[in-house]
Design a protein around this ligand. Structure first.
Ligand SMILES: Nc1nc2c(ncn2[C@@H]2O[C@H](COP(=O)(O)OP(=O)(O)OP(=O)(O)O)[C@@H](O)[C@H]2O)c(=O)[nH]1
Ligand SMILES: [Mg+2]
Length: 286
């Protein structure tokens, strides 16, 4: 799958494989004509945060979301990872990239390939740029309130992985979900926790923050999951590598507009993936 950056330059997926170079130069294979958006800030300051937002048909949401994300902290940059959305989200993202340059970047992928693949492409993009110290996962549909970002940043001063949690302190902070969806989610987290031992109440949650070292240490190529289980797998691998996880409470609101991509297939994938993770770990092959 080929990807092009906000300037529309095509660049192959292989270019991402050398994650985390320590020099301030552009990553190999990522031809960007001008410095600017991806160059190291003056003085080699390496303290920026990358909010990775995967999008599929989020053209309505993105223009309202991006400014709200950026205003939370001057160190925040955004990377939109769009899978050739038929509703033109990619073009909307490019326009936002130009408007909010150099803080908004866009990765275009050629086909819908799932949330997990989109995040992995986004993480590799960020790891190839040494200025990014923290990485965030965030949905484009306002389920995740940008106003929570400062609390994640603060907690990331104490732990390696900050998990945004809908289920901490004996409370359920979900707005506008059908009871069936809530039960699937609660059961899913309990199931993942029970089988894998992962000490997290909200195992499937997708509003999370990772220190750079976590993503640089995990072998991203080995991550197979793509749907809900992607969120479980990422947390599980980080935890098994000995990284410290902590949950902070978030309020999760069902999407305001646009279409849901939640499917039975995604739930089914999660059901068997957690067993696979546990067994791989048991046999030392995680
Ligand atoms: N790039 C990319 N993004 C995706 C894909 N599937 C979902 N997304 C995005 O990932 C985020 C989460 O997906 P959602 O559809 O909101 O999934 P959900 O929150 O489980 O379900 P709903 O909110 O009910 O739709 C959103 O920003 C989506 O646009 C995909 O295949 N590729
Ligand atoms: Mg959603």
């Amino acid at each position: 799958m080929s990807e092009r950056d906000a300037n529309g330059t095509a660049w192959g997926g292989e270019a991402h494989d050398t994650a985390g170079p320590s020099s301030g130069s552009e990553p190999a294979g990522a031809p960007e004509a001008a410095p600017g958006p991806t160059a190291l800030p003056a003085g080699g300051e390496a303290d920026r945060f990358l909010v990775v937002i995967p999008t599929y048909n989020e053209a309505d949401n993105l223009p309202r979301l991006i400014p709200r994300v950026l205003e939370q902290d001057p160190r925040i940059d955004v990377l939109v990872v769009d899978d050739a959305s038929p509703d033109g989200t990619g073009d909307v993202a490019d326009a936002l990239g130009a408007r909010y340059a150099p803080r908004v970047h866009v990765l275009h992928r050629t086909q819908k390939d799932g949330l997990g693949r989109a995040y992995l492409a986004g993480f590799r993009w960020g790891l190839a740029r040494p200025e990014y110290r923290l990485f965030f996962e965030m949905d484009a549909d306002f389920s995740h309130a940008p106003e929570a970002l400062p609390a994640f940043i603060e907690k990331a001063g104490e732990v390696d992985v900050v998990v945004g949690s809908r289920y901490v302190g004996g409370r359920v902070t979900v707005i506008n979900w059908e009871i069936s969806r809530l039960l699937i989610s609660l059961f899913g987290s309990w199931y993942a926790r029970t089988i894998t031992g992962l000490p997290v109440r909200d195992a499937t949650g997708g509003f999370n923050c990772f220190r750079r070292e976590v993503l640089a240490t995990l072998d991203l190529d080995r991550i197979e999951s793509n749907g809900y289980s992607f969120q479980i797998e990422l947390k599980y691998r980080a935890w098994r590598r000995g990284f410290a996880l902590a949950e902070i409470p978030i309020v999760f609101a069902e999407r305001e507009s646009g279409e849901s991509k939640m499917s039975k297939r995604i739930v089914r994938e999660a059901v068997w993936r957690v067993w696979r993770l546990r067994l791989l770990d048991l046999f030392g092959r995680l």
